[in-house]
Write a protein that binds this ligand. Structure first.
Ligand SMILES: Nc1ncnc2c1ncn2[C@@H]1O[C@H](COP(=O)(O)OP(=O)(O)OP(=O)(O)O)[C@@H](O)[C@H]1O
Ligand SMILES: [Zn+2]
Length: 622
């Protein structure tokens, strides 16, 4: 065992390692490698947190897990497996989310160092804030296929995780998704929205029915369509998709008839939409049934089922089966006051999306895709590469050792590249630590943000959910006060301000130019929010973080590639070779890169920044 071989580390370092207490957040692809490395390097006080259980799809690269562990806690099993390398190590496992009031600032303060091995922006933002508040160094890491990155985040000395704006998730206009899809991805997004409308968390932005307010369907086309539907069905009452599905008992054939026939006929009646594009073709279940029967020969025709494009009849059959399976699961969830959450690794959920996406693609004459391809696109998957995780986890330990030795100047961000650069390097360190962004909304001394929104329309509850939690990543323990009057409009104490929830902000004295102070007790983070009133446009965003518009935005993918080389070139010419802390790279400007062809992992959001490889975030598999 490495820890027992004398001379691997100097005695002083060995002692530092032994004395240290470290936290690993995430026991997935990087986390497993990292935990094993830490134990083998002599770290003996380790806590590991992971909220998830082991999935069979983890086994190809998360080597602390084996077949018999499927379904068990990742953190617990990772601990037990790692103890085999050094039974004397003290490893504490937590099977829960790091975003929990159980892990407050005092919890973080006990660690010498925190290491993230996460896969999503929300958790990374949260740990970033907790480490800033507790002044514990954080090593952030991530991989995306062959690429990867490791960086140190140390309060006041380096950029924090939120110093650079992250590109927004790739989104598609609602009317393209609902009315005029032209690419497979549009149908896949629609299918995922349909999943949520039927079985998941309902989101008003994820409507799936025809959008009668489509600006392209000029004039009263929508009304005409509605009227024509009224004459056809004698009923234009628009109920929610969920209510309608419940009313018809989630009968797969009725659902099919609505989504792939009635709704499509409705769309066709919005004739302006089809002046310059091919109109869709409605599908009728009964005309498919022969094909369904006939298709079974094809289905059995060898090859990997996942990698073959299903016929539309096969899709219909998969649709019928998956709706029934999901309905059973959904009923069980509803009993517990829950709903389903779409997961690419959940068979009926994935089958449902694959079938719906392909049926819709067929209706709109868009090329259909195999289930395998749809899974990659819907799950925003970049294949995880075990060796990338291993390299990155190794680099994390090297950074950890530098941190223990207080050699922060050796902790420049390191990038794992897909191809060697012009100096034949695949593992490329920055020349310097990158200094914090003085206007960072998180780590600057007086963080503030300007939010454009319609104070007459946005309610307090919407503000809390969409702005504070989803966008600014605040926890549930947040109080919001109007600075001028001192009145509290959102309180973390239950029952104190619930009466405000449905009121528009204006009614509570939040007018144009008002300043709100949002105080997050869990994250020990206070943010001033300057409210800029603007009348909401029908197709515009509900709100905007206005300061972000002035910040450098990520270039297009091609530009990013050349910016990368340019930035690296510049590092060489400007570099002094030792990367001292506090030597801000005034001449070198970090260039954000964004490759929209790299889809984000899970549906959350998608972001990337920094110069050489996309930054760690949920695009990364591990
Ligand atoms: N808030 C959180 N608290 C604790 N652990 C988290 C949190 N968010 C994510 N994780 C964990 O971080 C790990 C990231 O690892 P990885 O990227 O390999 O994901 P995975 O879920 O194992 O793989 P895949 O998503 O590809 O199936 C996961 O095990 C995940 O459960
Ligand atoms: Zn910052």
């Amino acid at each position: 065992m490495a820890t027992k071989i004398p001379g691997v580390f100097e005695k002083d370092l060995e002692d530092l390692i032994k004395k240290s207490k470290v936290l690993v957040v995430g026991a997935g692809g990087i986390g497993c490698e990292l935990l094993k490395n830490l134990v083998l390097s002599g770290f003996s006080n380790i806590e590991i947190v992971d909220l998830d259980t082991i999935d069979v799809s983890n086994l190809n690269r998360q080597f602390l897990f084996h077949k018999q562990h499927v379904g068990k806690s990742k953190a617990q099993v990772a601990r037990n497996s790692a103890l085999n390398f050094n039974p004397d190590a003290n490893i504490v496992a937590h099977h829960t989310s790091i975003i929990s009031a159980d892990f407050g600032v005092n919890y973080f303060k006990q660690f010498t160092l925190v290491m993230n091995a996460l896969d999503n922006r929300a958790a990374r933002n949260h740990v970033n804030r907790m480490c800033l508040a507790s002044e514990v160094p954080l090593i952030e890491s991530g991989t995306a296929g062959y690429e990867g990155q490791v960086e140190l985040i140390k309060k006041g000395e380096t950029k924090c995780y939120e110093c650079d704006p992250k590109p927004a998730a790739k989104t598609y206009p609602g009317c393209t998704i609902r009315n005029t899809p032209s690419e497979p991805i549009h149908c896949i997004v629609w299918a995922k929205h349909l999943f949520n409308q039927l079985f998941g968390e309902i989101d008003a932005d994820e409507e799936v029915s025809p959008d009668t307010e489509d600006p392209e369907a000029v004039g009263d086309a929508g009304a005409k369509a509605a009227a024509s539907e009224a004459t056809a069905n004698g009923d234009v009452v628009r109920t929610s998709t969920r209510a309608w599905a419940s009313a018809c008992g989630y009968d797969p054939r009725k659902l099919f008839a609505k989504f792939f026939d009635a709704d499509i006929r409705y769309l066709i009646s919005m004739s302006d939409l089809w002046k310059t594009r091919k109109a869709p073709q409605p599908l009728v279940w009964d005309t498919l049934s022969d094909a369904v029967a006939g298709s079974s020969k094809e289905t059995d025709g060898g090859g990997l089922k996942d990698q073959r494009v299903w016929s539309v009849a096969e899709c219909a059959r998969v649709f019928e089966r998956s709706v029934r399976e999901l309905k059973t699961k959904f009923d069980a969830a509803v009993e517990k006051d829950e709903h389903l959450v779409w997961d690419k690794d959940d068979k009926p959920a994935m089958d449902f999306v694959a079938a719906c996406a392909n049926i819709r693609a067929h209706v709109f004459s868009i090329p259909e895709k195999s289930r395998f391809d749809i899974k990659s696109m819907a799950g925003n998957i970049i294949p995880a590469i075990a060796t990338s995780n291993a390299i990155v986890a190794g680099l994390v330990v090297l950074h950890a050792i530098h941190v223990l030795q207080a050699r922060f100047s050796s902790c420049q961000t390191v990038y794992l590249r897909k191809k060697p650069n012009h100096r034949d390097q695949m593992i490329v360190p920055e020349k310097y630590l990158t200094a914090p962004n003085p206007t960072c909304p998180v780590c600057s001394p007086k963080p503030q943000r300007t939010i454009g929104l319609d104070v007459t329309k946005m309610t307090v509850a919407e503000f809390e959910e969409a702005v504070l939690k989803k966008t600014l990543n605040m926890s549930a323990m947040v109080d919001v006060m109007v600075e001028a009057s001192g009145s509290v409009i959102i309180s973390s104490e239950e029952g104190e301000t619930e009466a405000n929830n449905d009121k528009p902000l204006e009614e509570l004295g939040v007018k144009d130019g008002a300043i709100l102070v949002a105080d997050d007790y869990l994250q020990q983070y206070t943010l001033r929010l300057i409210i800029s009133h603007r009348v909401s446009a029908r197709d515009g965003p509900e709100f905007e973080i206005l300061d972000q518009k002035d910040l450098p935005q990520p270039p297009a993918p091609d530009a990013a590639a050349s910016a990368t080389d340019a930035a690296e070139e510049k590092m060489e010419t400007n570099g002094n070779g030792n990367g001292d802390v506090g030597t801000p790279d005034s001449k070198k400007r970090k260039v954000d890169s964004s490759d929209e062809s790299l889809p984000a992992k899970k549906v959350r959001t998608d972001e990337k920044s920094t110069d050489k490889v996309p930054e760690v975030e949920e695009v990364y598999l591990d």
